[in-house]
Write a protein that binds this ligand. Structure first.
Ligand code: P6P
Length: 335
């Protein structure tokens, strides 16, 4: 597929090749519409008085931004358009949103973080939306929430929108990773990043260094060796980045390589880490693996984690394969 094809042309081409169903085409288009609407609300938020905090908090105990609530409503409205969607799992909503009483095998479960990094909104730093789709493997007799606890390895689609200097939409359905940019004026998502790949090596890592005193010995060792530069065991210098917006970090890694770390540490061990498995770590892990990178908890592949709760958190090490492998080897040495 050459560059500058529209998202719709790409999706219909994938459908024609048997790489996705017509229902998936419709669902992805509805998700893209959600992202267009959210992008518009962000860019004009200052004139719509919606960049502040709502007087509510989410299941994570985080004070919600008005746009967190609005973005969630936009995703709910548009994902429900697809008759094959049986349930929604949103970072902003405590319970699973069941859209069908008797879901069938083949129905879709959609997991999403409608506005990730929203604490950056009022300082005009990039934020994003993250989504993941899994297909039910059997009919459900009843709609117990446990039915959405499906491993990330079963994903059939994942992607994100990055609301940055431009709005990017990055997508995988298990056949590589392709990226699109929203063209102001005609509103189309046009292909600008065909067949994205993450290089195996990097000299750039991302971690919230203010938590250094809480890190486990393995993370401390890895970061110290990076900081020791050319005179240290790595024999090369490293750069560090931290945007406090996972979508922006992962997009940078897709473009130029790198390693993103949000490990479980002594400060968040009680909740199992900071980032959520079903709608942050799994979709980003699927995307990065499809681009040739790796995604680990330090104790195993993120996509192999069996969820025990739909807001479960995990330790996250995602990016260039050589760096993820190195940290995994340090964890094995530490056992
Ligand atoms: P900290 C945003 O709230 C988020 O979930 C990710 O997008 C981001 O990488 C991380 O948390 C930032 O965490 O501790 O730096 O605020």
């Amino acid at each position: 597929m050459t560059a500058h094809h529209t998202l719709r042309q790409f999706l219909l081409s994938e459908e024609k090749q048997g790489k996705m169903s017509s229902d998936m085409v419709l669902l992805i288009e509805d998700i893209a519409t959600s992202c267009r609407i959210i992008a518009h609300k962000i860019r004009n938020g200052a004139f719509m008085d919606i960049l502040g905090t709502a007087d509510t908090s989410n299941v994570q105990g985080e004070t919600q931004k008005q746009l967190d609530v609005i973005a969630d409503e936009v995703f709910q409205e548009h994902c429900a358009n697809c008759s094959r969607v049986a349930a929604l799992v949103s970072e902003e909503i405590d319970e699973v949103i069941w859209l069908k009483d008797k879901p069938k095998a083949g129905d879709y479960l959609v997991y999403y973080d409608p506005l990730d990094g929203s604490s950056n909104l009022n300082v005009n730093i990039s934020v994003g939306s993250i989504f993941s789709v899994v297909e039910l493997e059997e009919d459900l007799v009843d709609v117990a929430d446990a039915a959405v606890l499906i491993k990330g390895a079963k994903q059939i689609c994942a992607g994100y929108a990055l609301y940055g200097p431009s709005t990017s939409l990055i997508l995988t359905t298990g056949h590589g990773v392709n990226g699109f940019t929203h063209k102001i004026g005609n509103g189309e998502f046009l292909m600008t990043f065909p067949d994205m790949k993450v290089g195996p090596a990097t000299q750039e890592f991302a971690i919230n260094a203010s938590r250094a005193r809480k890190w486990d010995p393995v993370i401390k060792r890895y970061v110290e060796e990076c900081l020791d530069g050319t005179d240290g065991p790595r024999g090369k210098s490293f750069n560090m980045r931290w945007v406090a917006s996972m979508v922006a970090e992962i997009h940078r890694i897709l473009i130029r390589g790198g390693l993103f770390m949000y490990p479980m540490d002594s400060g968040n061990a009680k909740t199992g880490g900071k980032l959520r498995l079903l709608y942050e770590a799994n979709p980003m892990g699927f995307i990065i693996e499809q681009a040739g990178g790796k995604a680990s908890t330090g104790q195993g592949r993120i996509l192999d984690v069996q969820p025990t709760g739909h807001h479960q958190r995990v330790s996250v090490l995602i990016g260039s394969a050589e760096e993820v492998d190195l940290i995994d080897s340090y964890y094995r040495d530490a056992q």
